[in-house]
Design a protein around this ligand. Structure first.
Ligand code: NAD
Length: 275
């Protein structure tokens, strides 16, 4: 299966479909990521705060997959923001992952009450120039946070990883990112299973029409909408299901009907309040 790639403003390509490990038990991570790699995933999204970078690293090492075929993202946690703490944070992540560099390093949340994300971003610019990470980006940044970075620093983020699923699409943030050449990564692409997305007629009807599952239809909607996604599952059969989404295409009408499910249905934290 050939997974499409998206060209980042750093000059690097990212597989548009990957595997996320939020809330994957550290004790289970090596097995689960190994299964994901066996299923064909080559893009893994982790974070220091998930506590499972070591398991991701062990799965990578055991897989024998050449490093250049993998795309690994990790993230700097809020408490590690600032010029001083940033370096220890990325070094710790690299050590746990057993890697000399990651493909993408993100500021996990802007945490605006601390006022440190600009300082942290300058540190990330330095890490990129040193080759500790090929690309740098942000997560959960709203337009004012992005504007501040663009005004006060040199490198435009390669990505902004935000909560994005049919009930919560953040069109203003997405439009701003597109204008600035920042790729959009959708976290909670399946809404974390917290609302009955799969029973919506727009999703269920398209699933029936294409002989696919509702989860596959939602992932396909993301891909056709230009989002980078990394759905999470602990189960091998669902990993395979979520990866098997490149052999069909939703019609324009089906895409529009799913897009019409927007209802301001955020399932995670608000970036202004999460500090
Ligand atoms: P998700 O939308 O991927 O939902 C995962 C849940 O959906 C699973 O636990 C399971 O219950 C269900 N599911 C998965 N596949 C299914 C299938 N085929 N059929 C039925 N149900 C299925 O939510 P997520 O894990 O929160 O988001 C994906 C990734 O995004 C994370 O693992 C993480 O890497 C990233 N993330 C980032 C942030 C951030 O702040 N940057 C926050 C949350 C998640």
């Amino acid at each position: 299966m050939t997974i499409p790639t998206i060209s980042l403003n750093s000059g690097r390509d990212i597989p548009q479909l990957g595997f996320g490990v939020f809330q994957v038990d550290p004790a289970e991570t090596e097995r689960i990521v190994s299964e994901a790699l066996e299923a064909g995933y080559r893009h893994i999204d982790t974070a220091a705060i998930y506590g499972n970078e070591e398991g991701v690293g062990r799965a990578i090492a055991k897989s024998g997959i050449p490093r250049e075929e993998l795309f690994i993202t990790t993230k700097q946690w809020i408490t590690e923001q600032s010029a001083d703490r940033s370096r220890a944070a990325i070094e710790s992540s690299l050590e746990k992952l057993g890697l000399e560099s990651v493909d993408l390093y993100l500021i996990h949340w802007p945490a605006p009450a601390h006022g440190l994300y600009v300082e942290s971003w300058r540190a990330l610019e330095q890490f990129q120039s040193e080759g500790l990470t090929a690309s740098i980006g942000v997560s959960n940044f709203l337009v004012p946070h992005l504007e501040k970075l663009l005004d006060e620093t040199d490198v435009t983020p390669a990505v902004n990883q935000i909560e994005l699923h049919p009930a919560y699409q953040q069109p203003g943030v997405v439009a701003f990112c597109r204008e600035q050449g920042i790729a959009v990564e959708a976290w909670a692409p399946l809404g974390q299973g917290k609302y009955p997305l799969f029973e919506e007629a727009a999703v269920a009807d398209a699933a029936e029409a294409h002989g696919k599952t509702p989860a596959q239809v939602v992932i396909r909607w993301h891909l056709q909408s230009g989002h980078i996604v990394f759905p999470k599952s602990n189960h091998a059969e669902r990993m395979a299901e979520n990866f098997d989404v490149v052999d069909f295409e939703l019609s324009e009408g089906e895409v529009s009907a799913i897009t019409a499910l927007e209802r301001d249905g955020r399932v995670g934290s608000h970036p202004e309040d999460f500090n």
